[in-house]
Design a protein. Structure first.
Length: 70
């Protein structure tokens, strides 16, 4: 039943794609944090970078496990 795609027929992003999105979030957040911005915007960039790092750790581990099992 895991192959059932529902009514839309779309597939969800895999662990590798989510890992790449997380890496991109870290990169963009760190690039924006170097700009001279308001304090709240700098804090938002730091939060984005921290969330991206958490995503890299989580999805990276899941991606490695899925490749090992295949």
């Amino acid at each position: 039943m895991h192959g059932h795609r529902g009514l839309t027929g779309r597939r969800t992003p895999g662990h590798g794609e989510r890992l790449l999105f997380s890496v991109a979030l870290v990169a963009v957040s760190l690039l924006w944090i170097t700009q001279d911005m308001a304090t709240w915007a700098t804090a938002l960039c730091a939060l984005g970078a921290a969330g991206g790092v958490a995503g890299v750790c989580y999805f990276g581990r899941r991606y490695v496990r899925s490749r090992r099992d295949a």
